[in-house]
Write a protein that binds this ligand. Structure first.
Ligand SMILES: Nc1ncnc2c1ncn2[C@@H]1O[C@H](COP(=O)(O)OP(=O)(O)OP(=O)(O)O)[C@@H](O)[C@H]1O
Ligand code: NI
Length: 318
C-alpha cells in the first residue's frame, strides 16, 4: 500500500547467551501506515520489546539481528551504518521507553537535553534554540520547563519530555514501549491522548508495545499479536478483536476479564516455550486447542484469508 511507512520483513533477532541462543524474534513481519497506531500485543517474554528495539537497531548485547529487513519510508535500516544510522534514529524512527530516565540525563536541564537532540541532527543553533520552547509546548509543558531538571518533574511530565525528545526530528515512526505502564491511570490517559494528538498532527505512525489488550483495543487502529517470538496475526483492531484468525489471539482474548463477556476469564493452559528450545512447527501448537498433526512439524505460512488481515496458522492456509 502506498502510505505504508513501516514494513518489517522476515526479521529474526537472537540473544547469544552463555546458556544458549534465545530466539526472541523469529521471522517477524509487521506493517504500519502513515498516522496509524499499531499495537504489538503479547504476554511477557513474547519478544515485543526486542522487536521494538530492533526497529531502531537498538537491541542490547548479546542480542543481534540475524536476518530480515526493516523498511521505513523505503529505507532498509538493517543496511545502515555509522552516521547514516545515527541520523535515521530520530529522523526516521524514534523510541519512548517505559522509564523516562532511560532517555533523560538526571543531571542536565531539560532544555539543554532537547537542544542537544536538535544540534546532534544538524539543526543550526539559533533555530534549535527557538525550537525548544515550541517542542515543550507541543507536548503540553510550559516553556519554563526548559530550566528544570528531570527530578523536579512528575512522572507524567518526564514522559512528556521524553516524547518531546523522540519527536524533535519529526520521525515517520515512533516506537512506544509500555510508555504508560509506570504511570497512574489518569496520567496514563493523558499520555496516550498526547501520543494520539501528535500522531494525527505529524502523520507519524506509532508502534505501541503493550501487554495490555484493553489499551490496544481502545487506541489502536491495527493490532499485531505476538506469541513466543512470532507475529501470529495482524489486522484492523476491531476485526482482530471481534473475529480473531489465530487460536492464540482467541485464547488471549478469553484470558482477560471483559465486562461485555459474561464468561469468566479462562487462563491459557500450559506455559509459553523456552525460547532457547522453541517447539518445531507452530510455536503455539503444544497449547493450541485446535492443533492438527502438521502444526507440530511444519511452520505455518503467513496467509491473508481476508483483505487487510494476515495470520500464520494452518487453519487458514491452503
Ligand atoms: N538482554 C537479554 N539477554 C538475553 N535474553 C534476553 C535479553 N532481553 C530479552 N531476552 C529474552 O528474549 C525474550 C523476549 O524478551 P522481550 O523483553 O523482548 O519480551 P517482551 O514481550 O517485551 O516481555 P515483557 O512484556 O516482559 O516486557 C525473553 O525470553 C527474554 O528472556
Ligand atoms: Ni517488553
Amino acid at each position: 500500500m502506498a502510505d505504508t511507512v513501516l514494513r518489517v520483513e522476515d526479521l529474526s533477532v537472537y540473544y547469544y547467551t552463555l546458556r544458549g541462543i534465545v530466539r526472541a524474534v523469529e521471522g517477524a513481519w509487521l506493517e504500519a501506515r502513515r498516522g496509524e497506531l499499531v499495537a504489538i500485543v503479547g504476554e511477557s517474554g513474547s519478544g515485543k520489546s526486542t522487536l521494538g528495539y530492533s526497529l531502531l537497531r537498538l537491541v542490547p548485547p548479546p542480542g543481534r539481528i540475524v536476518k530480515g529487513r526493516i523498511l521505513v519510508d523505503g529505507v532498509d535500516l538493517t543496511e545502515l551504518q555509522g552516521d547514516e544510522l545515527r541520523r535515521a534514529r530520530g529522523e526516521l524512527v524514534s523510541i519512548v521507553f517505559q522509564d523516562p530516565f532511560t532517555t533523560l540525563d538526571p543531571v542536565r536541564r531539560i532544555g539543554d537535553q532537547l537542544l542537544e537532540v536538535l544540534l546532534e541532527h544538524g539543526v543550526p543553533e539559533e533555530e534549535a534554540r527557538g525550537r525548544v520552547p515550541q517542542l515543550l509546548e507541543s507536548v503540553g509543558l510550559p516553556r519554563e520547563a526548559a530550566r528544570a531538571y528531570p527530578h523536579q518533574l512528575s512522572g507524567g511530565q518526564r514522559q512528556r519530555v521524553s516524547i518531546a525528545a523522540a519527536i524533535a526530528l519529526e520521525p515517520r515512526v515512533l516506537v512506544a514501549d509500555e510508555p504508560t505502564t509506570a504511570l497512574d491511570v489518569i496520567v496514563q490517559k493523558q499520555i496516550m491522548d498526547l501520543l494520539d494528538e501528535l500522531r494525527r498532527r505529524h502523520g507519524m505512525a506509532v508502534v505501541l508495545v503493550t501487554h495490555d489488550i484493553a489499551l490496544a483495543a481502545e487506541r489502536a487502529s491495527s493490532i499485531a499479536i505476538m506469541y513466543a517470538g512470532k507475529i501470529v496475526e495482524q489486522g484492523p483492531a476491531e476485526e482482530v478483536l471481534r473475529e480473531p484468525l489465530h487460536p492464540y489471539t482467541r485464547a488471549l482474548l478469553d484470558s482477560v476479564p471483559d465486562i461485555d463477556n459474561p464468561r469468566w476469564p479462562r487462563p491459557i493452559p500450559g506455559q509459553p516455550p523456552d525460547l532457547r528450545r522453541p517447539p518445531p512447527g507452530c510455536r503455539f501448537a503444544p497449547r493450541c486447542p485446535v492443533v492438527m498433526e502438521k502444526c507440530r512439524s511444519k511452520e505455518p505460512p503467513v496467509v491473508s484469508p481476508r483483505p487487510g488481515r494476515k495470520a500464520a496458522c494452518w487453519l487458514h492456509a491452503p
